[in-house]
Write a protein that binds this ligand. Structure first.
Ligand code: EPZ
Length: 420
């Protein structure tokens, strides 16, 4: 396994181009299971998670070509309805093959994804939604086994105790495309990645309205055809680079981003005193004067994204004053706290709250990545810490950031890889 070494203290300057969104490309690749026709997906980031999803599609009978950001998915043999444990257990998001398999084949057997380090990750809302479409669903030896003589459109409320569910909305929306009649999903997730999936499904011939709002209407059709689509930019990668610019006191221009996808974060940063200049698809971020501490609560979109919580904690760790970060989506998503404290941060966790008392500076140290966004927060901390930081288990980072160290190096960062 590799580790990343970072020598902190360099002000990052220049331009960075954002890759396609991991959390859009995963369900969109799964959606190709809804047709036997070929689909061409552009702007596909070369990530561990993308390659895992491509392996799953191959295991389900698809022919997969992936080169230079373009994935061509076509039919190799009859689609299998079984997504096995070996692959699904390595990436939770693979659970989103359930809806398209059920929609296309009227049967599916998908391994329960299990939890991960940020939380239990239940799938009750997925099951509730698919049962509402007349599917019979049982849990057998760690698998969700779903069958339906025919799927029937229905009204279903998909709000859970933590609000809407992104992948449950995706699964139900994909199955509903091939159900008989109209489906209305109430308390649907509004994330831009759900919107992008719906746009792809519409290009395949689906009849969908209201995507991007809490009420999505799907009129079932007989079948879907192939389509071409370009993935939206990754708002979380963009947010991570924005914070890299602020943490290092640099001046970075972010290209290929829709600023409106980062509304909540931009609002918080402006409250903290940051000057952000945006056009339709670029953002320029530089620190003018001192940062002020801010209180943040993560919420479903358009609220502050939980996937940016660990990263903004690194910025608050060196912002004088007290910031309170409340994690309302995954109350246990604080694995990065202990590692940041090892770098000299003063962060106290109290249940779903992290009380961050800003310090003058962080110091480089050996730290361990635990999950995708925690590893990003450690990279950010390493960029500003005095001395060397070595981050082990960086396969977590490779799951969701395309060429991150190369992009940082181009901006002037002193960052390289070593064998563990
Ligand atoms: C998606 O996960 C993202 N992953 C996550 O990004 C992101 O953190 C999450 O949405 C929230 O924005 C992908 O899109 C591949 P949820 P998802 O269902 O859909 C609870 C990253 O770092 N819940 O929206 O699995 C759940 O426990 C990853 O890129 C239920 O209670 O998340 C959580 O508290 C991490 N029952 C809340 O809802 C269910 O059936 C939101 O989860 C499903 C979810």
């Amino acid at each position: 396994m590799d580790k990343l070494i970072i020598e902190g203290g360099v002000r990052l300057k220049g331009e960075v181009t954002i890759s396609g969104a991991k959390n859009a490309v995963l369900p969109i690749l799964a959606a190709t299971l809804l047709t036997d026709d070929a689909c061409i997906i552009k702007g596909v980031p070369d990530l561990r998670d993308t390659n895992t999803m491509l392996k799953i599609l191959k295991s389900l009978g698809k022919n997969v070509e992936f080169d230079n950001g373009v994935a061509i998915i076509s039919q190799a043999k009859n689609t299998s309805h079984i997504a096995d444990y070996k692959l699904v257990s390595t990436m939770r998001a693979s659970f989103c093959v359930l809806g398209p398999l059920l929609g296309k084949l009227k049967k599916a057997k998908v391994s329960l994804p299990g939890g991960c380090i940020i939380g239990v990750r239940p799938v009750d809302l997925h099951i509730k939604g698919l049962r509402a479409l007349n599917a019979e669903i049982n849990i057998e030896s760690g698998y969700v086994v779903a069958t339906a003589s025919k799927l029937k459109g229905a009204e279903v409320y998909l709000g859970g105790v933590y609000g809407s569910s992104v992948l449950a909305t995706d699964n139900v929306m994909m199955a509903a495309c091939l159900a008989q009649g109209k489906t209305i999903i109430e308390s649907a997730a509004c994330e831009p990645e759900v919107f992008d999936l719906a746009e792809f499904l519409i290009k395949m011939g689906a009849k969908i309205k209201g995507h991007g709002t809490p009420t999505i209407e799907i009129e079932g059709v007989k079948q879907l055809h192939g389509a071409q689509h370009k993935i939206i930019p990754d708002r979380i990668e963009a947010g991570t680079f924005i914070l890299a610019s602020l943490l290092t006191g640099g001046d970075i221009t972010i290209k290929n981003i829709f600023p409106r996808h980062l509304g909540a974060m931009i609002d918080k940063l402006q409250e903290a005193g940051v000057d952000i200049k945006s056009t339709d698809n670029t953002m320029r971020v530089a620190l003018k004067g001192k940062l002020k501490p801010v209180n943040i609560s993560t919420l479903p979109y358009p609220g502050f994204p939980t996937d940016m919580q660990a990263q903004i904690m690194s910025l608050m760790a060196i912002t004088p004053g007290i910031s309170v970060i409340t994690e309302k989506i995954y109350p246990d998503r604080f694995m990065h706290v202990a590692e940041l404290n090892r770098m000299g941060a003063h962060i106290q966790r109290e249940g779903p709250y992290a009380i961050v008392s800003g310090v003058k500076e962080l110091s480089g140290a050996p730290v361990m990545a635990s999950d995708l966004r925690a590893s990003a927060s450690l990279v950010l901390a390493g960029l500003v810490a005095g001395g060397k930081t070595s981050i082990s288990r960086i396969y977590h980072l490779e799951r969701g950031y395309e060429f991150m160290e190369d992009k940082l190096r181009v901006l002037g960062a002193k960052i390289w890889r070593e064998k563990e």
